[in-house]
Design a protein around this ligand. Structure first.
Ligand code: ACM
Ligand code: ZN
Length: 761
């Protein structure tokens, strides 16, 4: 009630709408017209303030701004009030002659303090806050960031720094991925070999997984946290109102544990802690001894982590070994299970029962839906939104963490000098679009969506600097997506980020990415081809250099392009032209030069109708991708290729008038370790009117390889045609499943396609 009265009174004052510097943006921000100066001595009334929060504020003001804080009930400039019966975790801040913070929970007091810190600005003379009223509460209760410490280990101090930054942006769940194939990172007293053997590998893969043949560095990377260190980090996070959800991976991603205790695998064979990334066939056997072992491990985990949710992994567990294992097959038979998927479900159910008995809740990756979801389980949906949708419809809690928006190991710019990433393209704008509640959900279904989370898998993130580079500023965009009920536009977010948070991140010495500012190449269709322009957030940051042998554009050697300044390309105009473009940062030395190559070929800009839609994750640029003059490169960086996981792929190219087609080419990506395969076959169809189609011979890739048809390289499909028509339909037939003996055997493979060309007479 008090809060409402205050709000009304405040509105009666003269108000101007100002820009709110807080990220994530609060529900209400009303700016006044005056400023409150913060003198070099600042008095806080400690009454009603939680001690740890007072300490945090005092230290921050002192250490970061040199403001000396005195705690006194007299002459106070800041006071706290605790209120009841308001939305969970809500708080308000009023800044007038003095500052009053009202809060509901202790966590909300902490959120208020972080908002207050972000409200403080500085000019030449002093620190000040714009007169304002803030009222705020979070949209989601699960606002998570994850960290994989298995692929690369991060020290206690580094983890604390990660937590500090999370807390400042109001994240409240730290998902600590403690075990995986490449290293077991948590001390378990009952099973000391998990860390004495399982925490160190003898080598580490060189470069990207897709660069074959694989070579290794001698880096015997290792490390683990003692139980005392874990307790220290848990307490540290608690002090910042962050819950740590530990993850113990099972039944897959278990090679480090199996190196320590090979008897827990199906074969019993001694194997090493691998220095290679990926998915391994050797997983925990489903026999009772393994279940006992894992429940023993969880018993110690529960003592260390007070979190309600315990993550048991559950992803990417090939069933190859279970299929051949006597104990696993006996388990299937004895428990009337249909297959190995139901065996996985049976396996997870035993963990669910164990955790439920211990008053905790199980959460796992969306594969735990396969073979039947255990009754109390919650789902973390990473292979898109579908797993989360299915689970919520079944009445289970879900956390949305789809690769399309939430995988911060993906690339964030198309700059060729980006450090090696896992693959995938998730720029800041994409993260910002994220909404954990799928469209079409009823309010009732939406109640099962606890929130969202970004994941930082660290195969290609060996250092803290690199970790910060991948996480920031994308984490700011995510914090906004998870906190704000009425999320501001991306433009508004960007302005606030640039004006207030770049200086703040710099002051904190965070190694954040400046990808947002890189000049972006924009390609649009015109009547006879394409227009290309370059756009940068801040033109004065960059010089754009362009070189071209193109005849139409007659490009100078050096030129700074503005958005309006576009290049024009007409298809079939002379020989293919190569445009090299690179940029250099002029005002700050933040990025290395980069370049793109553009090929003016015979089919640029032709209309393409994608009958089969690409996966949302790998559809950057849509249909234009196939005819934009930019050939997808290897290793794949998440853009320039369209990715599908479908039974057939179909699209139609429109030549815009009847022509004699003489040849067709289409590039495919092959990266079998990442489940990306060449298809079985392609079939072309030609039509004059899009109604009647002339089918050409279906051609298998095997035939291509036998030399019946000319191929320029093995991933380019080439076919001669000799037919008249206006439309060309392309039907692609991927393999039904990944062949045995390969990673992901039995799963549906991915098909990646890029630039197509049709030659006509
Ligand atoms: C995952 O990314 N394998 C959960
Ligand atoms: Zn087995």
């Amino acid at each position: 009630m008090k809060r409402v009265t205050f709000f009304v009174l405040f509105l009666l004052g003269s108000l101007a709408f100002g820009q709110c510097p807080i990220i994530p943006a609060p529900s209400v921000y009303q700016a006044g017209t005056r400023q409150l100066n913060i003198a070099s001595e600042f008095s806080i009334d400690p009454t009603n303030a939680p001690v740890n929060i007072l300490k945090y504020l005092t230290e921050t003001l002192n250490d970061q701004m040199g403001i000396r804080v005195v705690h006194s009930t007299a002459g106070r400039q800041l006071e706290f009030k605790r209120i009841e019966n308001v939305p969970q975790d809500s708080y308000s801040i009023s800044v007038n002659e003095r500052i009053i913070i009202t809060y509901s929970t202790e966590a909300s007091c902490f959120y208020a303090i972080n908002s207050l810190i972000q409200l403080i600005q500085v000019n030449e003379q002093n620190y000040f806050i714009d007169e304002c009223f803030v009222q705020d509460s979070p949209r989601f209760q699960w606002r998570g960031l994850h960290l994989d410490v298995s692929r690369h280990f991060f020290s206690v101090d580094e983890v604390k720094r990660y937590i500090d930054l999370m807390a400042f942006y109001k994240f409240n769940v730290f998902h600590w991925h403690l075990t995986d194939d490449q290293g077991w990172r948590i001390e378990i007293l009952k099973y000391p070999k998990l860390t004495s053997i399982g925490s160190r590998r003898d080598s580490t893969l060189n470069g990207h997984y897709s660069m074959t043949p694989h070579t290794y560095t001698k880096d015997n990377h290792g490390g683990y946290y003692t139980q005392d260190q874990i307790r220290e980090v848990v307490a540290y996070a608690q002090n910042k109102y962050i819950t740590i959800v530990p993850e113990i991976e099972m039944p897959g991603h278990a090679r480090a544990a199996l190196a320590a205790y090979p008897e827990l695998s199906c074969t019993g064979k001694q194997q090493n802690v691998p220095g290679l990334w990926g998915i391994f066939d050797d997983i925990f056997c489903s026999k009772p001894e393994t279940i006992t072992f894992l429940q023993d491990v969880l018993t110690e985990v529960l003592e260390l982590f007070p979190s309600e949710y315990i993550h048991i992994g559950g992803d990417e567990a090939p069933k190859t070994r279970w299929h051949e294992c006597k104990a696993c097959q006996k388990n299937i038979k004895d428990n009337n299970l249909k297959d190995e998927h139901e065996l996985q479900s049976y396996f997870i159910r035993q963990m669910d029962e164990f955790l439920t008995k211990n008053n905790r809740k199980l959460i796992g990756w969306d594969e735990i839906l396969e073979g039947g979801l255990s009754s109390n389980a919650s789902v973390m949906s990473w292979r898109g939104f579908d797993g989360g949708i299915e689970a919520a419809k079944l009445g289970h809690n879900v956390v949305m963490s789809p690769g399309s928006h939430c995988y911060f190991d993906h690339y964030q710019s198309k700059n060729a000098s980006e450090p090696i990433g896992f693959g995938g393209y998730t720029p800041l704008e994409k993260v910002y679009e994220f909404d954990p509640v799928p469209s079409g959900f009823t309010p009732q279904q939406a109640t099962y969506v606890l929130g969202g989370q970004a994941n930082l898998w660290t195969e290609y993130i060996p250092t803290m600097r690199q970790l910060e580079y991948m996480a920031y500023p994308r984490a700011l965009a995510l914090s906004q997506a998870l906190w704000c009920t009425n999320k501001p536009s991306f433009e508004q977010f960007k302005e606030v980020f640039i004006k207030y948070h770049i200086p703040s991140l710099k002051a904190r010495k965070v190694n954040f990415s400046m990808a947002l500012f890189y000049p972006k190449m924009k390609i649009n269709r015109n009547k006879k081809g394409l227009n290309i322009s370059f756009q940068s957030e801040e033109d004065d940051h960059f010089d754009v250099f362009i070189k071209s042998n193109d005849i139409v554009n007659k490009i100078d050697e050096k030129r700074i392009l503005k958005e309006t300044d576009s290049l024009y390309f007409e298809r079939n105009q002379g020989p293919p032209a190569i445009i090299d473009y690179n940029f250099k940062v002029t005002s700050e030395n933040l990025v290395k030069p980069a370049n793109f190559t553009f090929s003016n070929h015979s089919s640029i800009g032709l209309p393409v109708e994608l009958i089969t839609k690409p996966s949302e994750k790998y559809n950057y640029g849509g249909d234009l991708t196939l005819v934009d003059g930019i050939f997808g490169v290897e290793p794949w960086k998440g853009h320039e290729w369209l990715g599908y996981q479908s039974d057939t792929i179909e699209f139609i190219v429109d030549l815009e008038s009847k022509k004699k087609m003489v040849g067709f080419q289409l590039n495919f990506l092959k990266n079998e370790g990442s489940w990306i395969y060449l298809p079985d076959a392609v079939q072309l169809q030609v039509s004059k009117n899009k109604k009647h189609w002339k089918k050409l011979r279906r051609i298998s890739f095997q035939m291509l390889f036998k030399g019946g048809i000319t191929v320029s390289n093995k991933n380019t499909y080439v076919q001669s045609i000799s037919k008249k028509g206006r439309y060309l339909k392309v039907l692609i037939f991927p393999k039904k499943s990944i062949p045995p003996g390969n990673e992901g055997a039995g799963q549906k493979p991915w098909t990646f396609i890029d630039e197509l060309t049709i030659n006509c007479k």
